[in-house]
Design a protein around this ligand. Structure first.
Ligand code: 1CP
Length: 353
């Protein structure tokens, strides 16, 4: 009998099975480039309020699926709900992005943080799980519902730097000068991430992505200690309870360390950022490993006539393996929704060849 996995193109490819039609979804497919998002965002008040409003968050999750017919919906939430639920003060400010009250080696916020988190999973984060239930009930089987979390290192960068950063100096100094106390923070985040991802699966997500967006600022020693090890623990713990839920790793900027990331963490699939060379990836990553990515989102802002050429480059590099079309990073907020429509059209027509 056909189960959900065989019907769904994203889940089929993530399970290691190539399909003749290439599935597509985009990182940040919900968000400020969509007028229907901006309208809800204006009415909602703060960004975090929006993340904790199940009805609105479910609607935003489904907006791009309805508009473009994507093969997956990604939960509308943020990686920074974890520090918020651990008890750190988090806000999102217009033009500035996230602003957090920074934690330091002297004030690491750790005592009882996991207890607060567990309480929060039943309260604040309960709203996230309710969003998932709503989307799971509203979507069709051919659209996969993807849950996510930030990787512990990436989430820690915001917690320690107090927001987005250019040089990541505070966190890199802490991690290198006092690895023992920094490891306590990474351990707390790893544990919270496992709890959060398990709860997302229980609420109805069918695949997971771990966004390690700032992996690229670490050297290979730090990458092993702060990205590979925590990811391996997250993957092995989740797999014990949920062996069939595929986990996609997105170690942005990991470059030549991608093969070791894959073999050491046991993620099921890897999402490539657009700095990764297509030929290199196609030759060093085993054909059995599902790849996702990696069109540079900037092409969606460029000459529409050139889009088919660039999409074709990516599609042909990965034409002989399980593969899910995506960008190398999120949709840029200045993107015209018509470019996204064109992109979906190109990928769908490629399927017919
Ligand atoms: O004002 C607004 O409307 C807020 C813009 C916005 C949106 C739409 C933020 C603030 N987060 C989100 C949603 C979001 N964030 C999703 C949901 C669904 C989707 O992809 O469609 C996801 C998966 C994220 C993940 C996320 N948040 C990441 C990892 C992916 C990436 O972009 O590298 C990171 C780093 C964040 C932090 C964050 N959230 C928002 C901002 C402005 C930032 C900082 C980004 C930075 O430091 O550059």
């Amino acid at each position: 009998m056909e189960d959900k996995t065989t019907r769904n193109l994203v889940l089929r490819n993530l399970a290691g099975k190539r399909t003749s039609a290439v599935p597509i979804w985009l990182m940040r497919q919900a968000g400020r480039y969509l007028p229907e998002y901006r309208k809800i965002r204006r009415a909602a008040g703060s960004f975090l309020d929006l993340c904790y409003s199940p009805e609105l968050a479910a609607e935003i999750t489904l907006q791009p699926v309805r508009r473009f017919g994507f093969d997956a919906a990604i939960l509308f939430s943020d990686i920074l709900v974890i520090p918020d639920a651990l008890g750190q003060h988090v806000t999102f400010e217009e033009g500035l992005g996230p602003v957090l009250e920074p934690i330091t080696p002297l004030n690491p916020m750790l005592p009882n943080a996991l207890d607060r988190f567990r309480n929060s999973s039943q309260n604040k984060l309960g709203a996230v799980y309710e969003t998932i239930e709503r989307v799971a009930n509203a979507k069709t089987d051919n659209c996969a519902l993807i849950g996510f979390a930030g990787g512990p290192w990436t989430v820690a960068t915001y917690m320690v730097e107090g927001g987005s950063s250019r040089d990541f100096q505070k966190i890199r100094r802490w991690a290198t000068s006092d690895a023992t106390s920094f490891e306590l923070l990474i351990d707390v985040l790893t544990e919270a991430t496992i709890i959060h991802l398990n709860a997302q699966i229980n609420a109805g997500v069918e695949a997971l992505q771990i966004f390690e967006s700032h992996a690229g600022v670490l050297d290979c020693f730090g990458f092993n200690k702060w990205v590979i090890k925590p990811t391996r623990r997250i993957v092995s713990t989740i797999k014990r309870k949920h062996p069939h839920i595929p986990i996609i790793g997105f170690p942005r900027g990991a470059a030549a360390q991608i093969p070791v990331f894959l073999s050491e963490t046991n993620v099921d699939a890897v999402s490539l950022d657009h700095s990764v060379s297509l030929n290199w990836a196609a030759s060093v990553i085993s054909d059995s490993v599902p790849i996702q990515g990696n069109l540079d989102p900037i092409y969606l802002l460029g000459d529409p006539g050139k889009l088919p050429f660039h999409v074709d480059r990516v599609l042909s590099a990965f034409s002989n393996r399980p593969y899910v079309f995506n960008l190398g990073h999120g949709v840029i907020k200045e993107t015209d929704p018509r470019s996204v429509e064109r992109l979906v059209d190109i990928v769908r027509n490629y399927n017919l060849r």
